[in-house]
Design a protein around this ligand. Structure first.
Ligand code: ADP
Length: 681
């Protein structure tokens, strides 16, 4: 709303040489004379709208405005001098801004705000207004200065940039989703192809057939490698690749790389070796998987592009505390032109050359090294060889010993895996993958039953006992997550069967989804035979004995050791030195009290609850026999056979006593700590 100020005594608008307009003819604070000549010219030339309002006059009217104000608003001095500046407001002016402005004026405080104003012709603009009170020497308010900018264009640009950014983020998300989807679509059939080829190679083939199958297998492996590289790159670019910080042994990482490359190097007659600086500690903190990936890529290239001589990996402690890695070969070298673009995407040497990869490897290495806080570089002479360097800031794990300093590839040990036993449910809708996994598992000695979708898997798990369920994640009717949730909702041991997800989708967050659904692990497809068997073996090896619902023949837990020292050591390093004795004493006191309490109970449900808690606590402290007994008790209570749970309950106090006695006494604990850390760190 605009309202005219009450008429002034003979008000008169005068202009100075620059076009500044003044309201004169009253006793106001701002007059042409008061402004001063040079200053007035400067204000007249400013592109910023400048106004002065006089709070001594009724309704605080404008008494001064410069030409920029007219350009910005379309109002001439005759239109506005003598009026309160609120004539700029109108429809669309933000109410909160007006309120904030009024409060600031009432409190004689400066304020800056952006709000919608109107020009004389009605067009809207966004005014960035700075209102500041002017006080005289006595602290009396004598004027308000308004500094105004038309920021409409900037606001529009900001809005458009935000819109474009949102669109780009959406497109990027869609790209990631598409990649995740495609990776699944590509990896699943590839899984089938690779698995079937390896089965084919296990059958009797003549030399020609074998050569064909082997070529197909090599091409498949290359394709798989490329799909994985693409996924890595897209994940890095989407900022979705997390870097771990775990304790690890560098020597193990180097050994893995040597062992994997040994066959290729040996075939070419290239000598492969590694050396580790004796100043490096045995354990460092970092992401061993990603370090292995970078080293592997560099060493793999080195072997690939070296036809005679050697490939050497050197790892050293650098003076700045970083760890330096170098991979040196005596191979073909890299021309200067290629060297400049080597770490960008799709850089490859002469495409007519025989060795062609995706050209993504080094681009990924560079990004991974940067994500881990380091840098990568190359030095090379054509015909003489190349050295790739990178450095990483890896924290040391104190007092972890020194790794071996010289390493060469070890002969690969193949573990005989026959004679395995256990009942496995394989839930997988793809026929080829089903065939491959089932054949591998059956050959290893397992009994395998099949389910074609999640609903079948859940039904089978409800009606039979399995030692393990291998669950595809994407299946028709009911997916693997839903099936797992259904199985986990079953009562008794059937609801607790180990479930491993098999999925070709390897986008971040997948592992969490599996865990949330209640799965125990996650195997990326395509799985090689060795990986599949190793994973299955790990689970079945760790499985508890079948629940003993009948009266146990021997005392439950009698065969297990009382105390697993390794678990205790893990606990010690997890809680930090010095805290373990106190924890052990809390555990022993709690266990004694719990066992006493359980003895007085008669309700199997309550005993089951106590047994469950005892099982968990005993497992944490490595009291294995006690854990097993508690587990057997829990199962027995659950199945509701009083004879069996009473029997276990009877032996529990004695077993608890012996388990507690097996813990190191507090003084030994203190000494062990001192030996490890004499300075008491
Ligand atoms: P690719 O998957 O094609 O090997 P990389 O990014 O790992 O992709 O390597 C890009 C190119 O750099 C290679 O194709 C090769 O021409 C060159 N290159 C990499 N490492 C070496 C090396 N040690 N010796 C010679 N050339 C190399």
């Amino acid at each position: 709303m605009t309202s005219r100020a009450p008429p002034l005594d003979a008000p008169r608008i005068t202009r100075d040489a620059g076009g500044n307009a003044f309201l004169e003819g009253f006793d106001g604070a701002v007059t042409a004379a008061g402004l001063g000549g040079v200053l007035a010219l400067a204000i007249a030339a400013a592109p910023t709208g400048i106004t002065v309002a006089d709070p001594a006059l009724p309704d605080c009217p404008l008494v001064f405005m410069n030409p920029a104000f007219t350009r910005m608003t379309g109002y001439s001095p005759e239109d506005v001098l003598g009026r309160n500046c609120r004539f700029l407001q109108g429809r669309g002016t933000e109410k909160e801004s007006v309120r904030a402005l009024r409060l600031a004026v009432a409190a004689a405080k400066p304020i800056t705000l952006e709000f919608t104003n109107h020009r004389k012709d009605g067009r809207r603009f966004v005014n960035e207004l700075r209102m500041a009170p002017v006080l005289d020497e006595a602290g009396q308010l004598i004027a308000y200065i308004g500094i105004q900018h038309d920021v409409t264009a900037r606001k529009r640009a900001e809005r458009e940039a935000a819109k474009a950014r949102r669109a780009a983020e959406r497109a990027n998300q869609e790209k990631s989703d598409f990649l995740a989807f495609m990776s699944h679509e590509v990896r699943t059939p590839l899984h089938g192809v690779m698995g079937t080829l390896s089965l084919l190679l296990d059958t009797a083939l003549d030399a020609e057939q074998r050569a064909f199958a082997e070529t197909a297998q090599r091409s498949g492996a290359t394709l798989l490698h490329t799909v994985n590289e693409l996924l890595d790159l897209s994940r890095i670019e989407a900022g979705k690749l997390g870097i771990h910080a775990d304790p690890f042994a560098l020597a193990d990482v180097v050994k893995d790389v040597l062992d994997l490359l040994a066959p290729a190097a040996a075939e070419k007659g290239v000598e492969l070796s590694a050396s580790l600086d004796h100043l490096l500690p045995g354990q460092l903190i970092g992401d061993p998987g990603r370090i292995r990936q970078v080293l592997m890529n560099l060493a793999d290239n080195a072997v690939k592009f070296t036809h005679r001589g050697s490939v050497e990996l050197r790892i050293a402690a650098l003076p700045d505390g970083h760890v330096g890695f170098a991979v040196t070969d005596t191979g073909i070298g890299i021309p200067t032109r290629l060297r400049q673009t080597l770490f960008t995407r799709f850089a490859q040497a002469d495409p007519a050359g025989e060795q062609i990869g995706s050209g993504l490897g080094l681009a990924i290495c560079k990004r991974l090294v940067a994500l881990m806080g380091g840098q990568i570089a190359v030095d090379s002479t054509v015909g003489r060889g190349s050295t790739f360097f990178f450095d990483l800031p890896l924290a040391h794990v104190p007092e972890s010993g020194t790794p071996p300093t010289r390493m060469a590839p070890q002969p690969v040990l193949v573990q005989p895996l026959g004679g395995a036993h256990g009942r496995i449910l394989l839930a997988e809708d793809g026929k080829a993958n089903q065939l491959v996994a089932a054949t591998i598992l059956r050959k290893a000695g397992y009994t395998v039953e099949l389910a074609r979708d999640g609903a079948e898997a859940a039904a089978a798990a409800e009606s039979s006992d399995y030692d393990l369920i291998l669950m595809d994640v994407r299946m028709p009717l009911m997916d693997g997550y839903a099936a797992t949730r259904a199985i986990r909702a079953l009562h008794g041991p059937r609801g607790r069967v180990p479930i491993l997800a098999m999925t070709a989708s390897v986008m971040p967050g997948d592992a969490e989804l599996c865990t949330e659904a209640g799965m125990d692990g996650h195997l990326p497809k395509p799985l090689g035979r060795a990986e599949l068997l190793a994973a299955v073996h790990r689970v079945l090896d760790a499985r508890p004995r079948r629940p003993r619902v009948a009266i146990p023949e021997a005392e439950p837990g009698a065969t297990a050791p009382l105390l697993d020292r390794e678990t205790l050591e893990e606990l010690r390093s997890a809680v930090g030195p010095g805290r373990l004795p106190r924890l052990i004493s809390v555990f022993t006191a709690e266990t004694k009290e719990r066992v006493r309490r359980m003895h007085a109970l008669t309700d199997p449900q309550r005993i089951e609850d106590e047994a469950h808690s005892l099982k968990a606590a005993a497992a944490t402290f490595g009291a294995i026999a006690l854990r097993d007994a508690a587990r057997a008790l829990e199962e027995a209570c659950h199945s509701g056979e009083p004879a069996s749970w009473r029997r276990i309950l009877d032996v529990l106090p004695g077993l608890a006593e012996r388990s507690i006695a097996a813990f190191p006494p507090p003084r030994t604990e203190a000494r062990a700590r001192h030996d490890r850390d004499p300075k008491g760190h």
